[in-house]
Design a protein around this ligand. Structure first.
Ligand SMILES: Cc1cc2nc3c(=O)[nH]c(=O)nc-3n(C[C@H](O)[C@H](O)[C@H](O)COP(=O)(O)OP(=O)(O)OC[C@H]3O[C@@H](n4cnc5c(N)ncnc54)[C@H](O)[C@@H]3O)c2cc1C
Length: 454
């Protein structure tokens, strides 16, 4: 059996390794457009900040490790077309030579493509998306080529904010421009404002309700203009406007597309075309709380879907359990995290949501360095079911792991009152007898019981 995988990142590698682990006799060939298999693109901002001094350290596994696991690679090779009837993949090497390869099963793990729209001048030198290893090398070379003093980041999603943090650490003056009224739109605006204050505390200028329209080269620098009355000079521009699923190859195979134009897959990561699987940022993702497909491209999901696809490819019947959209981001000394639904998503999905907001100490206040932790809990008023949670707090307050408690409860469809009974660990330097997660649950129950709801 020959499993051919297009894509050598989170989804593709997870699938290949799992297939080999279960069936060592399966031949697994990965076709990869660049030469960087299994690198952690999530680590790119930390390489560019200098916190990770060498890009090679971003390898989840080295090439010899991957080859020792039995994976074969065709690097610098782009898959251009799938003949789904003849089960052949048409590929082109960087030198222009075209070949075709036969497959028994094909996995499309082509990821996503950065959105680069609506702005004039995006092709100018000094303007970069941040999506691939090559993008990060471009940014690094640009910064090293001559002294640079300032940068504009377009888009205040998590990648934009990680880059604002990274470039500030690298000594640049950074301006973030965001079209929405608050940064980090995946959180409620109240929490977006806390994150904005943290950016400003570290010298980052933030323009919300602002839109970049054009970039121009001017005296060796870039002129960034837009609405309302936006005029900024910069040496570097990072474009972080989000991504769209990379489905061009899949479409040549005739697969159906689903949510947000991503490849439609079933729970075993099978597309609508026989023997063609797909996983990662190019596919739609089942949402466990919504009970529908969604598009939430994340590395955590890509790893899981890839593993399931690898199992399916060798005849197992594992299924992908679905996403909750759990995310965490560090912005300077602050961490923001979320899982599940927010009010508006929950309302649109037919729930009767209520969100309660609280501020607690992250551990017993008498023990040094207690810090405030902001928590928002969303639940369904009719059933008491937990629907989602958001948290913002210090990077020392275990925000990410605390949101994971909510995520675990959400995964199991828990009611909010059940959170109260969780047997969580406690010692004064780390928590309280009631962890802030449980205090949030109790507060939500109290608000709903006493009618203090919006
Ligand atoms: C800067 C940054 C930070 C991030 N931080 C986080 C984080 O903290 N947490 C998190 O969960 N997620 C994070 N993500 C998202 C995460 O990296 C992606 O969800 C994940 O990499 C998706 O994996 P994938 O394998 O589906 O696709 P990708 O990583 O996009 O890889 C696609 C692969 O397909 C190859 N390819 C594409 N088309 C072809 C073709 N036609 N022929 C041959 N090869 C092809 C590419 O070369 C690549 O190897 C971050 C992303 C970025 C860019």
């Amino acid at each position: 059996m020959h499993l051919v995988i297009v894509g050598g990142s989170d989804a593709g590698i997870s699938a290949g390794l799992r297939a080999k682990e279960l069936e060592p006799d399966v031949r697994v060939t990965l076709v990869v457009a660049d030469a960087f298999a299994n690198f952690s693109v999530c680590g790119l901002p930390f390489y560019l900040s200098g916190e990770v001094p060498d890009w090679r350290m971003l390898a989840h596994r080295t090439l010899p490790e991957l080859e020792a696991a039995g994976l074969e690679f065709l690097f610098d090779t782009t898959a251009e077309r799938v003949d789904a009837v003849g089960k052949r993949l048409h590929v082109r090497a960087r030198d222009g030579s075209a070949t075709e390869m036969a497959y028994d099963r094909l996995l499309i793990a082509t990821g996503a493509t950065p959105l680069m729209r609506h702005i004039r001048g995006l092709a100018l030198p000094g303007v970069f998306p941040l999506h691939t290893m090559a993008d990060s090398f471009g940014v690094d070379e640009h910064l090293r080529a001559q002294p640079r003093s300032s940068a504009v980041v377009i888009g205040a999603g998590y990648i934009g904010l990680e880059m604002a943090d990274a470039l500030t650490l690298r000594g640049l003056e950074v301006t973030v421009v965001e079209r929405a009224p608050s940064v980090l739109r995946s959180l409620d605006p109240e929490f977006g404002r806390l994150v904005q204050s943290e950016l400003e505390r570290h010298g980052v200028r933030v323009h919300t309700n602002a839109e970049v329209e054009a970039l121009e080269a001017q005296s060796g620098r870039l002129l960034v203009t837009g609405r309302p009355e936006l005029t900024i000079h910069a040496d570097l521009v990072i474009v972080a406007l989000g991504v769209r699923p990379a489905t061009e190859l899949a479409q040549t195979a005739g697969v159906e597309l689903g949510s947000a134009g991503a490849i439609r897959v079933d729970a075993q990561m099978q597309t609508t075309v026989p023997d063609i699987l797909a996983a990662g940022d190019c596919v739609e993702t089942w949402h466990r709380v919504l009970g529908t497909s969604s598009y939430i491209p994340l590395g955590t999901t890509a790893h899981k879907q890839g593993r399931v696809a690898g199992e399916t490819a060798v005849g197992r019947s594992t299924t992908f359990a679905g996403t909750l959209g759990t995310q965490v981001v560090k912005v300077f000394d602050l961490v923001a995290a979320r899982t599940g639904l927010r009010d508006a998503d929950a309302l649109a999905a037919g729930f009767s949501p209520h969100t309660s907001a609280f501020t607690f100490w992250d551990h017993k206040q008498y023990y040094p360095d207690a810090r405030q932790l902001h928590v928002r809990v969303t639940g369904d008023r009719r059933t008491g079911r937990l629907l989602g949670a958001q948290m913002v707090g210090s990077k020392h307050s275990e925000v990410g792991k605390r949101i994971d408690i909510f995520a675990s409860a959400l995964f199991h469809g828990s009611r909010i009152d059940e959170l109260e009974q969780l047997d969580l660990s406690y010692t004064p330097p780390f928590s309280s007898p009631w962890d802030p997660v449980q205090m949030g649950a109790q507060g939500w129950l109290r608000d709903v019981a006493t009618g203090q709801i919006s």
